[in-house]
Design a protein around this ligand. Structure first.
Ligand code: DX5
Ligand code: ZN
Length: 218
């Protein structure tokens, strides 16, 4: 299984994104957390900042929208040319339609589920998505501890993907570190977001390599 490591710039220095991006050059994707202080009790940045990140980043952007009004905003992120736009299932009545709109604008479409949102509720729309994100913490803040029961959801999501012969990537986000990344991979994740576990180190590319090796089982 191909392993992808996605450092979350939520843990970066917000006043120095250009130099921070240079320290994570061995990443596969750059995870970009957009928060609106409504869907989650925290605020980061919006479209203008992501537009500038898209100009600066040598690596594809994996945008994670933790915002309420995805039907209004998600397509605008896709139009920036980012690689992937992931929105929360809890934030729209018609996830399948929004996925289609994102794909029409050239972006991959991702569906995120909060820790208490059941996989079964959305299993029938997985085929419309390029990526499913199982949140392994309550969204909103970096530096939290992984909620163990969410790994059962990762296994459930993997079963849905494999039993339907889907190519959908399975992403985990929140509290992923060297102590649990191998277990997340064993549960079926192939795409790993990590903020504090990477940015707290001076040599971030070395940490990316260690996490990649652990997730690959080597
Ligand atoms: C949390 C964000 C995550 C966050 C992860 O709501 O979606 O992407 O940056 O940070 P860590 O890896 O520190 O838990
Ligand atoms: Zn995220």
């Amino acid at each position: 299984m191909t392993v992808r490591i996605c450092p979350s710039i939520l843990s970066a220095d917000f006043a120095n994104f250009e130099s921070e991006l240079a320290t994570i050059s061995d990443s596969d994707l750059i995870h970009v957390d957009v928060m609106d202080n409504h869907f989650v009790p925290n605020l980061t940045f919006g479209l203008a900042t992501v537009e500038r990140l898209q100009q600066l980043s040598a690596k594809p952007l994996d945008v994670h929208l933790m915002i309420e009004d995805v039907d209004r905003w998600a397509e605008k992120y896709a139009e920036l040319g980012v690689f992937s736009v992931t929105f929360h299932a809890e934030a729209t009545d018609n996830p399948r339609l929004l996925a289609q709109k994102l794909r029409e604008r050239g972006s991959r479409a991702g569906l995120a589920l909060k820790p208490n949102t059941p996989v079964e509720k959305y299993a029938d729309v997985f085929a419309s998505f390029d990526q499913v994100l199982i949140m392994t913490v309550e969204p909103g803040f970096g530096g939290q501890s992984l909620i163990e029961h969410t790994l059962d959801k990762v296994a459930q999501a993997r079963a849905v993907i494999d039993s339907n012969d889907l190519t959908t990537w399975l992403q985990v986000d929140g509290g992923i570190d060297m102590s649990n990344i191998a277990r997340a991979a064993e549960a079926g994740a192939d795409t790993f977001v990590a903020g504090s576990a990477i940015f707290k180190h001076v040599d971030r590319n070395a940490q990316i390599a260690l996490m990649r090796a652990a997730a690959s089982g080597s």
